[in-house]
Each structure stands twice: as C-alpha cells, then as structure tokens.
Design a protein around this ligand. Sequence first.
Ligand code: LIP
Length: 282
Amino acid sequence: MDCTALSLRRVAERVTLEAAEYLRDLPRPDVVAVSTKSSPTDVVSAADTAVEALLRHRLAELCPGDAVVGEEDGGAADTDTIWLVDPIDGTVNYVHGLPWYAVSVGAVRCGVPVAGAVAEPVSGRLWSAAVGAGATCDGRPLRVSAISDVALSVLGTGFSYRSQRRVGQARLVAALLPRVGDVRRTGSAALDMCSVAAGWLDAYLEHGTNWWDWAAAAVIAREAGAVVRVPGPPGAQPPDEEARTYSSSDIAGLGADAVFAAAPGIAADLAALARACGAAAV
Ligand code: LIP
C-alpha cells in the first residue's frame, strides 16, 4: 500500500468513520455493568473492546502487516508504520451518556505521528490531518486561535485514573487557574486537541495520557498551526526534545509525559507559566 502520509490519512478517515457508525448503533452500557482496568475509575465497556476489534480487522485488511497498538489489546510497535487506536477516547463520558467521545486512529512513523483521524459518533464530525497536508473538520480547513494573551486563554486539561497522580495534577491546575482565562476538563484528550485545532480551546496540557489518546489529534493540532509537544514512544529511547517537539524547544521542560498543544501566540508564555507552576514535577 502507498504509505505516504496522505494515504495513511485516508485509511484513518475510513476506519474511524466505520467504527464511529458501528459504535453509534451499539447499546450504551449500564454504567454499573462496565469493568475496570488500572483503577476503579478506569472503566472499559464491551463497546470499547468491540470497536477496537473492528478497527484491528479493518486495518489488517487495508494495511496488512502494519503493527497496531490499541488501548484495550496493546500490541508491539514493531513495524515502520504503527497504528495507534483508541476505540473510545472519552470512555467515562460514553458510559455516563455524556456525548463527548470519539474514535481515534493515528499513524506513527519513526516515533512521530504523521497522520490521523478522529471521528465523533454523536455529532458525526470527522477530524483528520496528514503532515504537510493541513488539518480539516468535515473537509473544512482548521486554524488555531489568534490569541496572544495567556491571561485570556481557555486551557483544556485532564486528569489521570490514578488518584495519587491527580494530587500533582490538581496542584498544577490550581496554580494555573488564576493565571489563565479559564480551564476546561472535557474528558477526551483527542477532542481537546481537535478543539485547539479549531480554535475552540486556545491550549491543552495534560500529563499521563497514552500514545493512542493523542497520536491522531497531535497531527491535527499541529497541521492547524498549533505548537505541539508529545512524549516519545513508550519504551523506546525517546528522540531528543527537539525531535519530539514539532516546534522550537521553548516548550520543553513540561514533564516527560506531558502532551501540550497551544496557539502560537501564547505557546511560549504558557509553557513558561506551566514550568513556573511545577508542570515538570506533576
Ligand atoms: C481519556 C483521555 C483524557 C484523560 C482521561 C482518559 P480514555 O482516555 O482522553 O484526556 O483525562 O483520564 O485517559 O481512557 O477515555 O481513552
């Protein structure tokens, strides 16, 4: 298969749309019937498992031999092109009936996301991007906000399923809250970064997410003009900070597993503020 970023984008769009349609028709689970993983709040439903199985089946048909790493069934990142799949990003929202969740499929090459798609079952929106080819929502070009004052910015963030990590995250958000315009915690890293791409949020910063949460949306945000920093691939010797940071290194020092995306007018100032508020120690 042609493995250019554009072809990877087309595959990601196709399989996320199919999976979102499949998920839309599944019965929503009873919130008390779901099982849990890393903690009592880290829920997984039969829908998560079924949607990931569909994504794996379709990727095996369209891109035979490519490695797939997924939230529910893991996988070895051992081929040139690696597919990162999150069957339901925003699982807690999904099981509670809060209509803000998405199917996310990203393609990674040499440890860096190069294409991806995020499909929303409820709204039907399809977000996608490929390196060098721009980012779109339902085919319309995306552009980040033109904000230049951190004190007026709306910052998206999120919290770990592990309560002890939340102590540091709560401390960081408490320190940032008086210094930014407002904070949003929507429950989906993928949709938070798509929101930055659309200018709905001015920035996003979260620690402790997984590769599959942000692989697709990192490309979408970057191609929409955001300054983006993502962690290196799990387990591998991460490339140097410059390689991981799609832009200048003045957004380094936010913490090894920090995911950051911000409009260029505030990125450096927000990163400096986050460092001053202890982001590296979260
Ligand atoms: C979620 C992330 C979100 C984070 C949640 C959870 P999931 O992913 O998208 O940003 O704050 O704790 O990790 O578990 O719904 O795929």
